[in-house]
Ligand binder design. Structure first.
Ligand code: SF4
Length: 284
């Protein structure tokens, strides 16, 4: 299997390969928006996308799955790569409970491969678990973490002046400006899959932080049907590859502020209603 790390990516950047960069939704906890987009383009990425559209597509499948749970069935969310790998490695008996739906990263990789067939897809990750997850996917060509990207910015002396930040270079190549931007916060998944009328509050358990998750798995509460779980405290904003000079509360606030800013940005006409255009892609 081809290595998908920072050295291989650097060689593609030097060869001027056409690259799409996909930013994990916690990116605003690490960098300023929209300045980071200009830095990425200066580094050599042609297209820059969020995971929101991929998240939207998998949300629809989660909704359907949770609506049609069999009697007595208990399911565990699989959007967090750390949870996937903990269950596979430490709780193999629970493998059957992991929901078999793509993570937003894999789903968005499929969307990008469809829309940008001549490009290689690069994911910027908040943790190392995403690298393991991507190894098995032909839709993600490279994964580097936040600190590895910071090192590339330093190595290639990528600096920007805030005044330079205007026009397309400082905008995402948008697919969907969506409510799934709260994904990097604990409970973000269950808040966005429209569970009202499908599951009662006391049938859903949201847990962040692997110690608490393991405690629950070893002694599950009765009546729970859906576990929305994250390996990291606070969700992906608590990911190990994020900067250490901000508190979790500050990182969470940056995500909430970003949602307000990006919600007022307009979506180009040709990017609206793309659900139809994802036809033919399978996210399950
Ligand atoms: S919660 Fe942590 S381990 Fe899970 S995907 Fe996010 S950063 Fe990675």
């Amino acid at each position: 299997m081809q290595e998908k790390g920072v050295e291989q990516l650097e060689s593609e950047l030097n060869k001027k390969t056409k690259l799409v960069v996909m930013l994990a939704p916690s990116f605003v906890a690490e960098w300023s928006y929209p300045e980071v987009l200009l830095k990425l383009r200066k580094l050599g990425f042609d297209k820059a996308v969020e995971l929101t559209f991929g998240a939207k597509m998998i949300n629809r499948i989660y909704h359907k799955k949770l609506k049609n749970l069999k009697k007595g069935e208990i399911v565990i969310s699989s959007v967090c790569a750390g949870i996937q790998q903990t269950i596979l490695g430490k709780y193999p008996k629970l493998k059957k409970n992991l929901i078999k739906i793509d993570s937003p990263m894999i789903a968005m990789g499929k969307v990008c491969k469809k829309f940008y067939p001549d490009y290689k897809i690069v994911f910027i990750a908040p943790c190392e678990f995403k690298k393991i997850e991507a190894k098995n996917s032909e839709n993600i060509d490279f994964v580097i973490n936040y600190q590895e990207l910071n090192k590339l910015f330093d190595k290639y002396k990528i600096k920007i002046n805030k005044l330079e930040c205007k026009g397309h270079s400082c905008l995402f190549d948008k697919f969907y400006n969506d409510y799934t931007k709260i994904y990097p916060l604990a409970g973000g998944l269950s808040k966005t899959i429209h569970l009202k009328g499908i599951l009662k509050k006391d049938e859903i358990e949201i847990i962040d932080g692997i110690l608490k998750v393991e405690k629950f798995l070893e002694n599950p509460k009765k009546g729970i049907k859906f576990l929305d779980v994250n390996f990291c405290e606070g969700g992906c904003v608590g990911g190990p590859a994020l900067r250490k000079d901000l508190t979790l509360k500050q990182k969470k606030q940056r995500v909430l502020d970003y949602i307000k800013v990006s919600n007022v940005e307009c979506i180009p006409e040709n990017r609206k209603g793309l659900i139809e255009k994802a036809k033919g892609l399978k996210f399950g």
